[in-house]
Ligand binder design. Structure first.
Ligand SMILES: Cc1cc2nc3c(=O)[nH]c(=O)nc-3n(C[C@H](O)[C@H](O)[C@H](O)COP(=O)(O)OP(=O)(O)OC[C@H]3O[C@@H](n4cnc5c(N)ncnc54)[C@H](O)[C@@H]3O)c2cc1C
Length: 376
C-alpha cells in the first residue's frame, strides 16, 4: 500500500496551487463581498485546462486521473471555495453526465467546448424535489423530432452564467422514468431566474430555471430515455468526491489561518499558540483534515481503478463536509472576536463550509446512501 501521490499527481497539485495562489486567492475576498462572477478567471481556467481535467484529450480535456482532480480541487478551494465549487459542479456533475453517457456527437458538440472553458450547469432540484428527487414535476414529452419541456428547476449552480445545462425531466412519471437532456443557453422557452443571494459561496452564481414549452431536438437526449436517474446518481457519485475535496481545502485554509494567528496573538504575555488548549484544538483539526483527505483520495482512487465508489464518495462527502464545519468553527474561535468580523478570511471560510453539508445531497442523504449500502 502506497500513500504517496505519483510524481505526475504531485505536479498537477503543485501547478494548481501556484495557479490558485497567483490568480484566485488575491480576488477571493472581493468576489465574495460583491457576489460577482470573474469571467476572465474562468476563461483562464479554461485556457490552462482546469475546466476539463478528467476528460479525454480528444474531447478537449486534460486526461488527468481522479486523484489528481481531487487534489487540484482541494488546492483551488484553499484559495477560494466558491471557485472550486463552480469548477466542481461544472466538471464532476454537468460535464461528467455527458462524458459518461453522451454520444460521440454530443461529446464533440458540447463536452469539448465545456472542457475548454464554456460553463456547464446541472439541474435536477425543484421546489418540490430536494432530497426526494422523485417529487419532481418537470416533464418532457416527445413531439415528432423534438422533446417539449415544461416545469422549473431551483438552486441551479452556474445557472445565471452557464452555456450548457444538463437538465432532468420525467418522460414517464407513472413508470418512474426520468430522462436527461442537454439544453443550450438561449433555447426558446427556457428562462433563467434571478440570482439567489446566499450566506456563503457568494461568488458562485445560483438561480432557478423555468421551462415553458421549451423545444429541444431529440438528439439532445443523453443516454437512453428513462436512464435519467441512473445518470444523475452517477453524476452525484463523481460530484461528491469534488465536494469532499473542496471541504478538505476549506478546512486546510482555516487551519493555516488559525495556526498563523495563534502564533502572533499575544495574551497573558505569550502567544496563544503556547496554550495547551489551542494546541489540542490544532491537533484535533489537523487529524480531522487528514482523515477527510484520505477518505476523499480513497474514493477518487477507487474511481480510477474502475471499482464501485458510490458508498466511499458518500462517506468522503459526509465526513469532509462535517469536518469543514467543525474546523472552520474552531478557526473562528481561535481568532476570538476578530474571527467574527467581515474581511477576516476565517469568517468567509466558516460561511462557505456550511453549504458543503447540504448540496449534492445533505449529510442525512449521505447517511441514507452509506447505511443502505452497508445494510444491504
Ligand atoms: C448553494 C446551492 C447550490 C446548489 N446547486 C445545485 C445544482 O447545481 N443543481 C441541483 O440540481 N441542485 C442544487 N442544489 C440543491 C441541493 O442539492 C439541495 O438543496 C439539497 O439536495 C437538499 O434539498 P432541499 O434543499 O430541498 O432540502 P430538503 O430535501 O427539503 O431537506 C430539508 C431537511 O430535511 C432532511 N431530510 C429530507 N429527507 C429526509 C429523510 N428521508 N430522512 C432524514 N432527513 C431528511 C434533509 O437532510 C434536510 O436536513 C443546490 C443548493 C444550494 C443551497
Amino acid at each position: 500500500m502506497d500513500f504517496y501521490l505519483s510524481e505526475e499527481q504531485e505536479l498537477i497539485r503543485t501547478t494548481m496551487r501556484e495557479f490558485a495562489q497567483e490568480y484566485v486567492a488575491p480576488i477571493a475576498q472581493e468576489i465574495d463581498e460583491s457576489s460577482s462572477w470573474p469571467a476572465d478567471l474562468y476563461a483562464r481556467l479554461g485556457e490552462k485546462g482546469w475546466m476539463g481535467m478528467p476528460f479525454p484529450e480528444e474531447y478537449g480535456g486534460s486526461g488527468t486521473d481522479y486523484v489528481s482532480y481531487a487534489g487540484a480541487i482541494e488546492e483551488l478551494a484553499q484559495a477560494c471555495a466558491a471557485t472550486a465549487f463552480n469548477v466542481s459542479v461544472h466538471t464532476g456533475v454537468a460535464c461528467m453526465c455527458i462524458n459518461n453517457f453522451g454520444s460521440d456527437e454530443q461529446k464533440k458538440k458540447y463536452l469539448t467546448p465545456l472542457a475548454q472553458g464554456k460553463i456547464g450547469a446541472f439541474a435536477i432540484t425543484e421546489p418540490s424535489a430536494g432530497t426526494d428527487v422523485g417529487g419532481a414535476l418537470t416533464n418532457a414529452v416527445l413531439d415528432g423530432e423534438e422533446y417539449v419541456i415544461n416545469g422549473s428547476k431551483t438552486f441551479c449552480t452556474n445557472g445565471p452564467v452557464a452555456d450548457t445545462y444538463v437538465v432532468f425531466a420525467w418522460t414517464n412519471k407513472e413508470k418512474g422514468e426520468m430522462s436527461c437532456f442537454i439544453i443550450p443557453r438561449g433555447t426558446p422557452g427556457m428562462q433563467i431566474g434571478k440570482k439567489v443571494e446566499k450566506m456563503g459561496m457568494r461568488s458562485s452564481q445560483t438561480s432557478d430555471l423555468y421551462f415553458k414549452d421549451c423545444r429541444i431536438p431529440k438528439d439532445n437526449l443523453v443516454g437512453k430515455e428513462g436512464q435519467g436517474l441512473k445518470i444523475a446518481m452517477n453524476g452525484f457519485d463523481h460530484g461528491r468526491v469534488g465536494i469532499a475535496a473542496q471541504a478538505v481545502g476549506i478546512a486546510q485554509a482555516a487551519l493555516d489561518e488559525a495556526i498563523a494567528y495563534s502564533k502572533q496573538r499575544v495574551q497573558f504575555n505569550k502567544p496563544i499558540a503556547k496554550q495547551q488548549q489551542i494546541q489540542f484544538w490544532i491537533a484535533d483539526m489537523v487529524t480531522d483534515i487528514q482523515a477527510g483527505r484520505l477518505l476523499t483520495l480513497q474514493a477518487a482512487w477507487l474511481k480510477d481503478q474502475g471499482k464501485p465508489f458510490s458508498k466511499e464518495a458518500a462517506m468522503a462527502k459526509l465526513y469532509a463536509s462535517e469536518l469543514a464545519v467543525r474546523v472552520t468553527n474552531k478557526a473562528v474561535q481561535i481568532h476570538g472576536g476578530y474571527g467574527y468580523c467581515k474581511g477576516v478570511k476565517v469568517e468567509r471560510l466558516y460561511r462557505d463550509a456550511k453549504i458543503t453539508e447540504i448540496y449534492e445531497g445533505t449529510s442525512e442523504a449521505m447517511r441514507m446512501v452509506i447505511g443502505g449500502s452497508t445494510m444491504r
